[in-house]
Design a protein around this ligand. Structure first.
Ligand code: OOG
Ligand code: NI
Length: 455
């Protein structure tokens, strides 16, 4: 039997190869990121050593996230079953309607430490919310078109069923699963509708046309992880890429938090609409783009609340003539930027490891406050990496790649229950996962200290 981690690793590799064929700029982007990362690791041996201990270095070169947009509840439920075969579970609920984008989303990703270390492949998965479309006739038309499409191959459906019944796949079946599953994410030059239908849906919202008019949910970007997003962003023009002018997320910091992302504009790609008779009608569509990300530490609910507040301050309070980057820097001056402060104020999650060769000083027990164990050098604390996404950033990425978008104004309404009903499962709470991981690290070091004391 081939384990879920291995199937995910094979799938991520196959996806990367397919996307490289489909979008040559993706190849250039991964080269740029690899060069920047090699330079950072060469210039910062302390960072390199830390990435080695936490296992982040081993996964860095294969680390990718992608994104897809689905049209129906049934597609989402089956997608959940497909990702389960690869050990990926839905984590987090993201409501993007507040930002004028008629979708809500989750991230499918591995959840436990070992699985993330093996291959942290994640897919930001959105479900179109036709309930937010006011035009009843247009909504009905979109529903009719979506109801008729089949985005999964019969082969992959059979293999998902087999995996669910038997709890695994053999070697050849795993390869076949990867091949068949990949079909769902492929780009199709042929639209499933006429140019006139596309235009109508496009005029209601570009995103609706992107979801409704094609055979399947083409993967729209595949993002490598960089260790220095400012350097990578600065070099993008050398590779002929036009980056958007702001990096989404927090500003550059001594102690990176959460997630920073930037993207280059969507490609305009030729497509073929259904035409009268045999002849199709030529047209074009923009959906796919490039993106890079830099990951920092996961924040506790308290840290996250502070992040959200300062982001609002940067956006709303700054004088108009001060550029956004400067406003962001100024607002985030209030966010502590040393690991001791971040840990002391419980703003971020940490992992704990025994210091090499350390033992308990006399008079201190294994149950001593973790803070004391760190202060006395028995235990070393390292931030836990943020493995998720940020709704405001995601909205910014969506918006910049839908050509500005503006105008759309929905009665903002999160519908987590509706999303989970479509998913036929609950989404996991990312903070619960990080807190449990931190607790496990603490329990482990205490156990090791007790064992050492007893020996
Ligand atoms: C997804 C955009 C969100 C991210 O990294 O925040 C995203 C999409 O455009 O479908 O990928
Ligand atoms: Ni992305």
């Amino acid at each position: 039997m081939i384990g879920a981690d291995e199937i995910r690793a094979r799938f991520a590799r196959a996806m990367s190869e397919m996307y490289r064929q489909e979008v040559p700029q993706y190849g250039a982007l991964t080269e740029l990121v690899a060069r920047v990362n090699a330079r950072v690791l060469r210039d910062d041996p302390a960072l390199k050593a830390r990435l080695e201990t936490t296992g982040a270095l081993a996964r860095l070169d294969v680390e990718r996230h992608g994104a897809i947009r689905l049209g129906t509840a049934a597609e989402l439920a089956t997608m959940r079953r497909l990702f389960a075969v690869m050990g990926m579970a839905p984590v987090g609920y993201y409501d993007l309607s507040v930002a004028g984008i008629p979708v809500h989303s989750t991230a499918f990703r591995p959840v436990d430490e070992a699985a993330l270390g093996r291959n942290p492949f994640r897919v930001f998965t959105s479900l179109l919310r036709l309930d937010l479309i006011a035009d009843v006739a247009l909504r009905a038309e979109a529903e009719r078109i979506l109801a008729a499409r089949r985005i999964f191959t019969p082969g992959v459906l059979a293999l998902i069923g087999q995996w669910e019944a038997e709890g695994g796949l053999g070697d050849a079946e795993a390869d076949r699963f990867v091949r068949e599953a990949l079909e769902t994410f492929r780009w199709h030059r042929e639209a499933t509708v006429s140019a006139a239908t596309y235009r109508r849906l496009h005029d209601a919202h570009r995103l609706i046309a992107d979801v409704v008019c094609f055979k399947g949910p083409h993967i729209n970007h595949l993002t490598p992880r960089t260790l220095d997003i400012d350097a990578a962003q600065a070099e993008m023009p050398l590779y002929g890429m036009q980056a958007k002018d702001v990096i989404e997320g927090p500003p550059r910091r001594a102690c990176p938090i959460l997630l920073r992302q930037t993207s280059f504009a969507a490609l305009e790609e030729p497509i073929l609409f259904l035409g009268a008779g045999d002849a199709g009608e030529d047209g074009c569509h923009t959906a796919r783009f490039g993106e890079i990300e830099q990951r920092g530490m996961a924040l506790t609910p308290k840290g996250r609340a502070l992040y959200d507040r300062l982001l609002r301050v940067a956006r709303d309070d700054g004088p108009e003539d001060v550029p956004y980057g400067a406003r962001l820097e100024r607002a985030f001056a209030q966010f502590p930027d040393t690991e001791d402060e971040l840990r002391g104020q419980e703003l971020a999650y940490f992992r704990y490891d025994l210091t090499d060769g350390a033992s308990l000083p006399p008079g201190l027990s294994a149950e001593a406050p973790i803070w004391d164990l760190v202060r006395l050098g028995v235990v070393v604390a390292t931030p836990i990496t943020y493995e998720d996404f940020l709704p405001v950033s995601a909205a910014g990425i969506f918006r910049s790649n839908l050509g500005g978008l503006g105008g759309a104004d929905y009665a903002a309404s999160a519908d987590r229950a509706g999303f989970e009903a479509a998913l036929e499962a609950e989404v996991l709470d990312e903070c619960v996962l990080y807190a449990a991981l931190q607790e496990r690290f603490i329990a482990d070091v205490r156990q090791r200290l007790r064992d050492a004391a007893a020996a």
